[in-house]
Unconditional design. Sequence first.
Length: 558
Amino acid sequence: MLILQNHTTSYFTEICSPDDCDALVVNDTQGFETTVQPHIDGCWRKSPISSSTYYFVKTVGSAHTGSNSVGMRVSSNNEAFLITPELSDFNNSKRVSFWLYSPENSNLNVGTILDPDDINTFEPYRTITINDGGGNQWREVHVDFENYTGSANHVAFRVRGGYSIAYIDDFIYEDSPSCITPIDAETITYATEASINWTSLGNATSWDIEYGLEDFTLGTGTLVSTASKPFLLEGLESDTVYDFYIRSNCGGGETSDWSHSNEFTTACPALVADYTYDFEDGYNGEFYNCWEVLGSGYLVTDGNTSASTRALRIANSIEGAIVTPELFEFNSSKRIKFWLKNEEGDSDLVVGTLAVQNDMSTFTPYQTISSSDMVEGEWQQVIINFENYTGNGRFVAFKQVQVDSYAEFYIDEFVYQNTPDCLEPVDVEITTITDTTIDLQWSNASGITDWEIEYGLLNFELGSGTSLSGNGESTTVSNLYPDSAYDIYIRSNCGGGSYSDWYKLQNIHTICGPFLGSYTQNFDDSEFANCWSRLPIVDPEVDNTNIVDVSYQYPLGG
């Protein structure tokens, strides 16, 4: 047996039993340098014993110092373990420190194992998230067992599931310092702010945070101190990567080591009223970069007008939502407008707010729109005033609740704006359609009686149509053509030259009736011409015909 003096780490090849090794004492180290790759030190245990390309625990050439580190890799639902020798006098006053690196987003579980020959006795103590994602950054990690109450005397490292890799080097077993470095830093990011939280260990009474642009040198950043957490960093640049470090202040001038470097990216610039977005910028545009999709939502070739080529489609069979970017100064003085269409069955669209863009647990419902109140397949303008809102949300979310399995909503022409003093008529609806008239009714805003209407054939340019004005809450639009599509705009006249925005009713179709004057039908649609009949009667699905045999049963001209 090889006996080492001064309790330095003992080294064996894998053919020796770890049970023959001395226990590690405080300040013993292991750099994994005395074995030939792929073997690990014989006093350490591992699982799996054998190695394959995508499933192993072995020494590799990627090292923090020297030539070797221990690499751990799993795929699928496997798990891999690296287990220390026995640790002398292991208790809640001890810690293990090591350097850690991964080229992939992975989790490393650090814990204790009661029987080092039985991985089923592993108890995880702390999970370390490695999110470098190819950043090639070694970082020092301290795991203090301050809250440990068990009786194990071995520490184990575990990676599991998916495609996970961890490299471990320069291990040391040591006493925990009296002032312990904070761990598990987390961030919630906004356009110009970041909320930072962490887990405090030991007897810290306050904390220092140093932050700066990505890869800044510690000591050259902005230093702030706080006696409470979480802490909000303010005055940041939007869509920018920052690094930050945290340390504990334990009183009497005693501070911990700085944490390893943590990273966050601020969100896209906040949307300022009055903002409009038509989803026309496609896959490299704002929607895919700045909106949050929690569930199923994507851009499709559709639109609420003939000039619109894209719209947002929502189809969630499970709970999810589409979330706007941050809305600047969002409060009860704001509102949103958008065009909405439902297809393929019934569902509800719950419009609400989120405090955190990607966290549905912060969702607060505000208003529900039911597809049963809409005409399937037809676009409808929706206005939501947040006049009764009292929360602290920064984002608006569109959450679909399906009634029918394949139901869909489409959204286009989103607007975020200050709520104007002069409000549009609400609950505008069509009560009767004939061949030459359309009857409307609505509710006026409080104190408003006068209104204006402008109408014309489908897609007419506002300002070039026929105008009406009056007071009350209903009217009839007359002198229309049979079998024709119209757009109708209505707005409030609040007096003194003040008008509301226009509210639009789109693609309203009169029914068939006698035509007076000229009439043209080009038969260019794929469907059989409306208001025409086939004689003899045929099944168009069988005969596949759009040939017109005879005109409608009334004579042209009355």
